[in-house]
Write a protein that binds this ligand. Structure first.
Ligand code: BES
Ligand code: MN
Ligand code: ZN
Length: 497
C-alpha cells in the first residue's frame, strides 16, 4: 500500500475520508462538504447511530458538483483523548472500511480539529501508520482465495497542512512498520518453514540494513559450553543456532550496547514432558520473543537509530526423540551453574540462560531486555492486555512501562524476590528448572533467568499472552500481533542522544 502526504486540497472525484469528533463535531473539510451538498452529511448522521466516537464509520454518497463522489466519516472520539494510539486505530479502521468498499484509493483530509493537541502532521502520520499496520496479511499459502476477498486499497493520500512534518514522522513510522511486518511474518510461519537454520537465514537479510549478523552453529556453542541450550535442542533433527545481530548507530566508539535477547523455540512439543495434542499447533509461535527482537533490530536499523544495540536469539526446536533429554537430566550451563531439568517443557528458560550469559560475556551491555513466551501462568495472570514485566532495576521497569503505554504494547510489573528464588534450589544441582508446584509460575521462570544475570539492569518480558491474537483488532489482523517491536523501538529511542 502506498502512502502519500500533500497540502490540503478537496479531491474532484473518488472517496474523501474526513474526521469527526464525538457529538458529531465535523472537521472543517467535512463541514464544507456538508454545506456544498445542501446538508446531506448532517442528514446522514441524523438518520444513523454515528456519533463520531472512536472508530465509528459512516459512508455518505455525495451528489454531482460537490467534488468527491462520497465521504467516509471516521470518528476520533473525544478531542482531549486523541493521541497517537487513537489516530492509529482510526487509520486502521479506515483501511478496513475502504477495503470492504472495494476501493483502490482514497484521500484523507486531516484538518484542524479544535482542542486536539496532537498536531495535524502527527495525526496524519499516525493514521497512516495504523492503516499500514492494518494492511498486513499472511496469505502466502492461500492458493484459492476469491478475488473479492482480497484487499483492494493500493493508495492512501493524506491532505494535511504542513505535509513536510507528516512526511518526516511517517519516514520513521514506516520503518517501524517494516519491523512489525517482519516479526509477524516470522511468527506466523509454520515450524516446517521457520526452524533454527531458516530463522538464521532470514536474519541474515538484515545485513542489507547495515546490521552485522553472526550465526553460531552447534559446534561453536558446544565449545562455549552452552549445555543448557544444547540440552533442549538435542532431541531435534534440526540443529540449533545462536543468532547475533549488531547495530552500531551511536557516534563515537565504546558505547556499551543495549542488549535484546529473544527466546527462539521454533516449535515446543514439550519434549519428553510432552504437551497434550490439542492446541499444540500454537507452539509454532514459541519463537515470538525472538521474532520481536529481529523485527526491532530491523526497525532500529531501518530508521538509523543513534544507538548501539545488540540482538541475540537462541534458536532451538524442542522435540521428543531417542536423543532427547530426559526429565532428571543434569546439564551444565555456559555460566558454569548446573541445572536439574525436571521438566523438559520448561525449556525457554534453559535457552535464555545461555543466550543471556553469552550476551553479557561478549558485549558487556548497559542493560538487557529479554522477551520470551515463557509461561502459561502469565496468560492466566494478565491475559492479552499486558505482558509480564520482571526487572531487577526500577528505572528500567519504569522506562519500559511508560514506553509500553505510549506505543500501546503494555507491560505490567510482577514481583521477584529471594523467597521465590529459593523455590528453584535443587537437591542434586545448583538449581532445578521448575519449582514443582503450580504457584507463581511466571515469577519462578523469571527467577530462573535472573540467576544468569550478572550485575546489570535487566528486564524479562513474559510475552506468552500478547504475541498472538485469535481476533482482528483495528491495527492487527488475527494471528501474530508483532508485539514488542514498537516497545523495543521506543525503549531504544528513549535512550538515544
Ligand atoms: N512455550 C511454553 C509457554 C506457553 C504456553 C507459551 C502457552 C504460549 C502459550 C513454555 O515453554 C512452557 O511450556 N511453559 C510451561 C512451564 C512449566 C512446565 C513450568 C508452562 O507454562 O506450562
Ligand atoms: Mn515448553
Ligand atoms: Zn516454550
Amino acid at each position: 500500500m502506498k502512502v502519500a502526504f500533500a497540502e490540503p486540497a478537496l479531491p474532484k472525484s473518488g472517496t474523501l475520508v474526513a474526521l469527526c469528533l464525538e457529538d458529531r463535531q465535523l472537521s472543517p473539510t467535512a463541514r464544507s462538504v456538508d454545506e456544498a451538498s445542501g446538508g446531506l452529511v448532517g442528514r446522514a448522521m441524523a438518520s444513523s447511530r454515528f456519533q463520531g466516537k472512536a472508530n465509528e464509520i459512516l459512508a455518505v454518497a455525495l451528489p454531482a458538483g460537490v467534488g468527491p463522489d462520497g465521504v467516509l466519516l471516521v470518528g476520533l472520539g473525544k478531542a482531549a483523548k486523541v493521541d497517537e494510539l487513537v489516530a492509529q486505530a482510526a487509520g486502521g479502521t479506515v483501511l478496513g472500511a475502504l477495503n470492504r468498499a472495494g476501493l483502490a484509493e482514497a484521500a484523507v483530509a486531516v484538518d484542524g480539529l479544535a482542542e486536539v493537541t496532537l498536531a495535524a502532521g502527527a495525526l496524519a502520520a499516525e493514521m497512516a501508520f495504523g492503516a499500514r499496520l492494518a494492511s498486513y496479511r499472511f496469505d502466502r499459502y492461500k492458493t484459492k482465495e476469491k478475488k473479492d476477498a482480497k484487499p483492494t486499497l493500493k493508495k492512501l493520500s493524506f491532505g494535511v497542512a504542513g505535509a513536510a512534518a507528516a512526511k518526516k514522522i511517517w519516514a520513521r513510522l514506516d520503518k517501524v512498520a517494516d519491523g512489525v511486518f517482519l516479526t509477524r511474518d516470522l511468527v506466523n510461519e509454520p515450524a516446517n518453514v521457520i526452524y533454527p537454520e531458516t530463522l538464521a537465514d532470514r536474519c541474515k537479510a538484515l545485513t542489507d540494513l547495515g546490521v552485522e549478523v553472526e550465526i553460531l552453529d552447534e559446534r561453536q556453542m558446544t565449545k562455549l559450553g552452552m549445555g543448557a541450550l544444547l540440552g533442549v535442542s538435542q532431541g531435534s533433527a534440526r540443529p540449533p543456532r545462536m543468532i547475533v545481530m549488531t547495530w552500531n548507530g551511536a557516534s563515537g566508539d565504546g558505547k556499551d550496547p543495549i542488549a535484546l535477547v529473544g527466546k527462539g523455540v521454533t516449535f515446543d512439543t514439550g519434549g519428553i514432558s510432552l504437551k497434550p495434542g490439542a492446541g499444540m499447533w500454537d507452539m509454532k509461535w514459541d519463537m515470538a520473543g525472538a521474532g520481536a527482537v529481529v523485527g526491532a533490530m530491523a526497525a532500529i536499523a531501518g530508521r538509523k537509530a543513534k544507538a548501539n544495540v545488540v540482538g541475540v536469539v537462541g534458536a532451538v526446536e524442542n522435540m521428543p526423540s531417542g536423543s532427547a533429554q530426559r526429565p532428571g537430566d543434569i546439564v551444565r550451563s555456559m555460566s558454569g551453574q548446573t541445572i536439574e531439568v525436571l521438566n523438559t517443557d520448561a525449556e525457554g528458560r534453559l535457552v535464555l540462560a545461555d543466550a543471556i550469559w553469552y550476551t553479557q560475556q561478549t558485549f558487556k551491555p548497559k542493560l538487557i531486555v529479554d522477551l520470551a513466551t515463557l509461561t502459561g501462568a502469565i496468560m492466566i495472570a494478565l491475559g492479552s492486555e499486558n505482558a509480564g514485566l520482571f526487572a531487577n532495576d526500577d528505572a528500567l521497569a519504569e522506562t519500559l512501562t511508560a514506553a509500553g503505554k505510549k506505543v500501546g504494547e503494555k507491560v505490567w510489573r510482577m514481583p521477584l524476590s529471594d523467597a521465590y528464588d529459593r523455590m528453584i534450589d535443587a537437591d542434586q544441582a545448583d538449581m532445578k528448572n521448575i519449582a514443582g508446584e503450580r504457584f507463581a509460575g511466571a515469577t519462578v521462570g523469571a527467577q530462573f533467568i535472573g540467576r544468569f544475570v550478572k550485575d546489570v539492569p535487566w528486564a524479562h518480558l513474559d510475552v506468552a499472552g500478547v504475541v498472538w491474537s485469535g481476533k482482528d483488532a483495528p491495527t492487527a489482523p488475527k494471528g501474530a500481533t508483532g508485539y514488542g517491536v514498537r516497545l523495543l523501538d521506543r525503549l531504544v529511542a528513549d535512550m538515544e542522544g
